[in-house]
Design a protein around this ligand. Structure first.
Ligand code: ADP
Ligand code: MG
Length: 693
C-alpha cells in the first residue's frame, strides 16, 4: 500500500483550486494528470525581469522592468484601435499600448501623474519605445511582489503559461516533506539538500545554469529516480533468484546433432553465450538472462541450443516472437532443422483457429511436441504444456518487465532467456535489464561482406530509381522503407502508397507494398511474394520488422533517412546482406540536413557495429530519443537524463547493491524511507517482491 504521506502527490490535477475541466485537460496533456506529474514537470526556461534600464537605455526586444511616471491616456479613435498610455522618466517617453481595455481598468491601474513600475517586452514603433500589454503593473511600494525570475514550463497548444505555472505552484505547495532515503555522507559530498527542498529549488531557477542537468538540485532529483530504478530492478532480481529453478542438464546429444547439421561452425561469441546459458540452466536457480546481439549475429542458433538442452533433459521449450511474421519465420527456419533431429516444432499464433489449433494444443499438453514457436498466443490461458522448462523471448523490447516474469509462470520453475537485437549501451542495459544477467554476441559470423552504405540527397531520386531498374535486372531484391513520422499512421501509409505508385509507374510490375494497416494474412502474402521473388521491390513502412529475413534481399533504401534514429537505421540495414550476395544501403535524405542528422548519416557510413552505433546514438541524442524510447523498452525517466547522468547511474547502482547487501528487506529506518522512494517513483511492483519468496 502506498504510504499515506504520498497521498497528496497522487491527487488529480483537477483537485487544485482554480483548475477546471478545460484547463485540467490541457495540463494533463502538457505535464500529466496528477500533482506528482506537475512536480516532475521541471522548468524549461526562465523569465528574467531583473533588467532595470531607464527609458533611454532600454534595448529593443528586451524584457525590462521600468519605473515610469504616467503622463496621459489617449483612447483609440475607434474601439478597435488601442488605447495608448504615454509614460516617461527623466530620460524619455515610453508608450504602453492596450487593445480592448475594459472599463476603468486602465484609469485605475495607471492614474496620470502617479509613478508605476512596469514590466514587459520593449518594442520600437516608429522610432519610439513602447510596451504592448505589460506583464506587470505595480505601485512602487508593491515592488516586492514582482517575481524577478519566473520559471517557464513546457506547455501545450491552448495552455497559457500562467495557469500552468499556478498549477505547478499548487502541486509544490501540496508536496510533503519526506524522510531522507539518501545517506548523509552522499548529501554532504554533493552538497545536496533534502528531497523537498531540492524539488522547491528546482522549480525556482535563478539563472539559466539552474536549468542544466548538472545543477545541484536537479542532480539530487535525478539521483533519486535512478536509485529507485536500480533498487527496484535489484529487488525483482533477488526475488527471481529466490524462486526455485530446476537443474536442466542435457547429455548434449541433440546439441551435437544440431551442430553437425549446421552448415557452419559456431562463432566464438555464440559458443560463449551458449556456455553461459547452459551453466545457468544447470544451476538450481531460475535463469533470467538477456542475450544481446546485433541483427545477423546468430541469436537463433544460441536459442536453439538452449531449447535442445531442455529437450535433452526431458522437458519442453518455447520461443515467443513479438509478431506473427517473425513467429512464422522462426518456424520456417527452425522446424526443418529440428525435423532432422526428429523433433516436432509446434507453431502457435493468434491466427490459428479451430481444429488445427486444438490439435496443436493437444500435442503441447501431451508433450508429443517438444518445442513451441509462436506469438504471445503461446501464453494464453488455454495453452497448457506438459512440462515447459525454458521460455525464450525474442525481440524483447516489445514485451514489458511484467510479461517477462509472467512467462515463467506457464511452466514449472521455467527458465527465461530474453533475446534482443537492439544493442543497448552498457549503461542503459543497466537501467532496463538490471534484473537480468546478460550475454553479448559481439562477433559476427564470418565471411559477410560489409554493407556498402551511401547517403544521397532526395533530389537524386530519379537516378536512384533508374539504378534500381538496373539492379533488379541483375537479380537484386530491394526494400524501400518510408519512415513513420506523422502523428497519424494513415498519413504515413499514404506516403508509402504514393511512393509505391511512383515506383510502380516507373519500374512496372514486381513492385509490392506492405504496411502496418494491412491485415495479417495480406501482409504475409506480400512478404511471401517478396521472399519467393515474385516481387523484387518492396515498399514498406517500418513494419518490415526487426528480424524479418529474406536472404535474397540485397539493397535497402531508407527514404527520409534523416528522420530515422541511428539504431533504427542500423536495424533496418541489417535486413540486407544476409545471403550470398553483398548488401548495400542507400540513405536518401531531404535537405537541408541538421547537424545531428548529418552526424548520424556519417556514423552509419563508418560503422556497422551495433554496439558502437548504440553508444553514438546515446551520445548524439540523449536516451530520451533513442530508437523512439517506447519501442526500445528502455524505461522513461522524468528527471534523470540517461545520456547526461551516467555517472549518477553508476553511483545509484552501487548504492542499490549496498542496500541489497545490508538491508535486503528494507527493514531499517533508511529502508522504510527507501520504500517511500519506490512508491514515489511508482516502482510499487518491486515492493511486492519484498514479501515473496
Ligand atoms: P539474429 O537473429 O541474431 O539476427 P540469425 O540467428 O537470424 O541472426 O542469424 C543470421 C544468419 O546468420 C542466419 O542466416 C544464420 O543461419 C547465419 N548464421 C548464424 N550463425 C552462424 C555462424 N556461426 N556462421 C555462419 N552463419 C551463421
Ligand atoms: Mg533473430
Amino acid at each position: 500500500m502506498r504510504p499515506d504521506i504520498l497521498f497528496p502527490l497522487f491527487r488529480p490535477v483537477l483537485s487544485l483550486k482554480g483548475v477546471g475541466q478545460r484547463i485540467g485537460k490541457l495540463i494533463e496533456t502538457a505535464a500529466g494528470g496528477r500533482l506528482l506529474d506537475l512536480c516532475w514537470h521541471l522548468p524549461r526556461g526562465i523569465v528574467d525581469r531583473r533588467y532595470r534600464p531607464s527609458v533611454a537605455e532600454a534595448r529593443e526586444g528586451a524584457l525590462a522592468t521600468l519605473t515610469l511616471e504616467v503622463v496621459e491616456h489617449q483612447p483609440g479613435p475607434t474601439p478597435r484601435l488601442p488605447t495608448r498610455v504615454i509614460c516617461r522618466d527623466e530620460t524619455g517617453f515610453l508608450t504602453l499600448v492596450f487593445f480592448r481595455a475594459k472599463g476603468d481598468y486602465l484609469a485605475r491601474m495607471l492614474p496620470p501623474g502617479e509613478t508605476r513600475v512596469v514590466s514587459g517586452t520593449v518594442q520600437m514603433f516608429q522610432g519610439a519605445p513602447q510596451i504592448v500589454h505589460p506583464d506587470h503593473i505595480l505601485a512602487p511600494d508593491e515592488l516586492d511582489s514582482l517575481p524577478l525570475v519566473e520559471p517557464v514550463y513546457g506547455a501545450t497548444a491552448g495552455l497559457t503559461p500562467r495557469p500552468l505555472a499556478r498549477a505547478v505552484r499548487g502541486a509544490l505547495d501540496a508536496a510533503p516533506e519526506l524522510p531522507e532515503w539518501l545517506q548523509t555522507s552522499l548529501l554532504t559530498t554533493h552538497g545536496w539538500p533534502g528531497w523537498h527542498e531540492a524539488l522547491i529549488r528546482a522549480h525556482a531557477p535563478e539563472g539559466l545554469a539552474d536549468l542544466a542537468p548538472d545543477a545541484t538540485v536537479r542532480q539530487r532529483l535525478a539521483y533519486d529516480e535512478l536509485l529507485a530504478n536500480q533498487l527496484a530492478l535489484m529487488l525483482v532480481r533477488a526475488a527471481a533468484r529466490r524462486r526455485k529453478g530446476r537443474v536442466l542438464a542435457g547429455d548434449g546429444a541433440l546439441r551435437a546433432a544440431m551442430e553437425a547439421a549446421l552448415p557452419f561452425p559456431l562463432t566464438g561469441a555464440q559458443a560463449r553465450a551458449i556456455k553461459e546459458i547452459l551453466a545457468d540452466m544447470a544451476g538450481p536457480d531460475r535463469m533470467l538472462r538477456l542475450l544481446q546481439g546485433d541483427v545477423g549475429s546468430g541469436k537463433t542458433v544460441v536459442a536453439l541450443a538452449a531449447m535442445l538442452n531442455a529437450v535433452e533433459a526431458g522437458a519442453q521449450a518455447a520461443i515467443m516472437a513479438p509478431t506473427e511474421i517473425l513467429a512464422r519465420q522462426h518456424h520456417a527456419t527452425i522446424a526443418p532443422l529440428l525435423a532432422k533431429l526428429d523433433i516436432r516444432a509446434e507453431l502457435l499464433t493468434g491466427r490459428d483457429k479451430g481444429k488445427a489449433r486444438e490439435q496443436a494444443l493437444g500435442r503441447l499438453a501431451s508433450g508429443s511436441a517438444r518445442i513451441a514457436i509462436g506469438t504471445h498466443a503461446l501464453f494464453q490461458d488455454d495453452v497448457e504444456f506438459r512440462d515447459l522448462a525454458l521460455a525464450v523471448i525474442d525481440e524483447q523490447h516489445r514485451f514489458g518487465v511484467h510479461q517477462r516474469l509472467l512467462l515463467g509462470e506457464k511452466g514449472h520453475n521455467t527458465d527465461v532467456l530474453v533475446m534482443t537485437a537492439t544493442p543497448i549501451p552498457r549503461t542503459l542495459t543497466m537501467t532496463a535489464y538490471g534484473d537480468m544477467d546478460s550475454s553479448r554476441l559481439d562477433e559476427k559470423p564470418p565471411g559477410r561482406a560489409p554493407i556498402d552504405t551511401r547517403a544521397l540527397p532526395i533530389s537524386r531520386l530519379d537516378d536512384v530509381i533508374q539504378g534500381l531498374g538496373r539492379a533488379r535486372a541483375r537479380g537484386d531484391r530491394v526494400y524501400w522503407v518510408c519512415p513513420l513520422v506523422a502523428e497519424s499512421e494513415a498519413l504515413d501509409v499514404a506516403a508509402a502508397e504514393e511512393r509505391h505508385g511512383t515506383l510502380k509507374s516507373l519500374l512496372g510490375e514486381g513492385v509490392g507494398l506492405v504496411h502496418g494497416r494491412m491485415r495479417g494474412p495480406e501482409k504475409d502474402r506480400v512478404m511471401e511474394s517478396f521472399r519467393a521473388g515474385d516481387i523484387d521491390i518492396l515498399v514498406a513502412t517500418t513494419v518490415i520488422e526487426v528480424g524479418v529475413d529474406v536472404p535474397e534481399a540485397t539493397i535497402i533504401v531508407l527514404e527520409h533517412a534523416e528522420r530515422f534514429g541511428l539504431a533504427q537505421m542500423h536495424q533496418l540495414r541489417g535486413r540486407v546482406g544476409r545471403g550470398e550476395r553483398p548488401g548495400s544501403c542507400l540513405l536518401l535524405y531531404a535537405e537541408p540536413l541538421g547537424e545531428t542528422a548529418r552526424a548520424r548519416l556519417e556514423i552509419m557510413r563508418e560503422s556497422d557495429d551495433g554496439f558502437i552505433i548504440a553508444e553514438e546514438d546515446l551520445r548524439l541524442r540523449g536516451a530520451g530519443e533513442i530508437l523512439g524510447t517506447r519501442q526500445s523498452g528502455l524505461p522513461t525517466f522524468h528527471l534523470a537524463d540517461i545520456a547526461f547522468h551516467q555517472d549518477l547511474m553508476a553511483m545509484a547502482r552501487d548504492d542499490a547493491r549496498m542496500i541489497m547487501e545490508t538491508d535486503p528487506k528494507l527493514a531499517s529506518e533508511r529502508g522504510a524511507a527507501l520504500r517511500v522512494l519506490l512508491y514515489l517513483f511508482e516502482r510499487d511492483a518491486a515492493i511486492a517482491y519484498l514479501g515473496s519468496g
